[in-house]
Design a protein around this ligand. Sequence first.
Ligand SMILES: [Zn+2]
Length: 534
Amino acid sequence: MRTPTQITVIAIAAALLCLGSPSWAGSLTAADLKKSEDRALANVKSFSGYTLHGADHAYSVADHVVDSDGVQHIRLNRTFRDMRVLGGDLVVHNESSGNFRNASMSLARAINPARTATVSMGSAIKLAFNAYGGSTNNVAPELMVYARGDIPALAYDVRLFGQQADGTPMEMHVIVDASTGQILEAWNDIKTSALAGTGKSLYSGTVALTTDLVTGKLNLRDPGRGNMYTVNMNSLTTGVGAIFTVTGATTAANVFGTGATGLTAAAMQTVGVDAEYGTAVTWDYFKNVHARTGIANNGVGSYNQVHYGSKYANAFWSDTCFCMTFGDGDGTILGPLVSLDITAHEMTHGITARTANLTYSGESGGLNEATSDIFGTAVEYYAANTTDAGDYLIGEKVVKSGTNKFLRSMITPSIDGVSADCWYSTVGTLDVHFSSGVANHFFYLLSEGTKAGVPSKTCAAGNTRVASGTGTLTGITRAKAEKIWYRALTVYMTSSTNFAGARAATISAAKDLYGITSVEQAAVAAAWTAVGRP
Ligand SMILES: [Zn+2]
């Protein structure tokens, strides 16, 4: 926390500087400057509609510039209940008379953060450490208000110090939300060192990884992709886990996992490799195909929790922690849920939450699930990994037994006995993982069309869940269908979009991308009609 002493020092320094600085009107005496600053502070309070001044706000003068015509620009740092407000600073512009002209600032909303921190200081340090490594050097995190995002939030500024591979120091500021534990922002003038490593995965063979060297240990953390990292929950469902590491700093040491699951430290890493690899490929896919840098498009990576719980047979995205969690499965029917398509599916939930934010129930919930299956499949193809080749199935690497060795099919969703191939008036009452079938089927037909020997039928008029039509369609390629879905998601869909809305959104997107009378927009309309949503 900035002490009152430091504030005084800044104010005095500014006042002293002004006497010799050429940008200041030489004619103003120290007393005049003080009067001008007092006037600025009064104006901040009088014009609170402009300045978002509120109760509990206080200010210190950081700089003071006077133009030759006497117009004054007084730079103020803001505190809220004695806490520093990052992004709360402003410059008050006063006429030579002292009357308020206007103010410059980035703060866009009134400051009303949580009263107290629900994330402990220790948890905040651990989250920051997992993401960036280093050590706190006994510097306690500062509780402050983070006002650089949409909504000002109570947060910790966790300081981390360490060394990069070549010995240059790192001095990180990691801003951790004091209510959710989410890392809101982090910066360091000196970047951490990214090293090329190798992972021996469970489902995707031997893969390239980017890892991070911090004080003699290699961490499963990717400085090239927003510092996304993977932690071992070690069968727990609480806590923040421990980042996977190997000891050493050489290429020979930079190998994570063994290619098989097990209880040794190295084998435990295997599942972590799949999660880190899957999210790295997903990062690259969205960056290179859709020009989106990270889930929130701000370059900040999320993190993966693996070995979550005991025999936990699911995986999920949480917007609260901005992270993905993966269970190990029961070991009989399901293995660890970390295949390429599932990791991409979960990370896409994060992107949906940051874009259309489709509500997770009813038809919008089906569209939310389908969006994750669509990009899960897109990423699987994009990876071009021969051990886990692209297909229109979800989870085929994870299912170990049963009639259908996959979780879902986009070709014929109803093959699982519960998913819908076709839209019908009550499809929104299905579980979102089953109503998603309508849009998954749409995406398949739009990409590939109907093909001889492939059991992807169109839907007959007035149909039910299972497709039984005989219509034919020509696909426009998966690459174009992905572009259309991404634009519809990010530009046209909103939280309550239903299948009719998705039809309209994708047609608009196709018109934007390929032209209003394009073959592509006609194909989008035809594919929706083919899945029973005319
Ligand atoms: Zn999902």
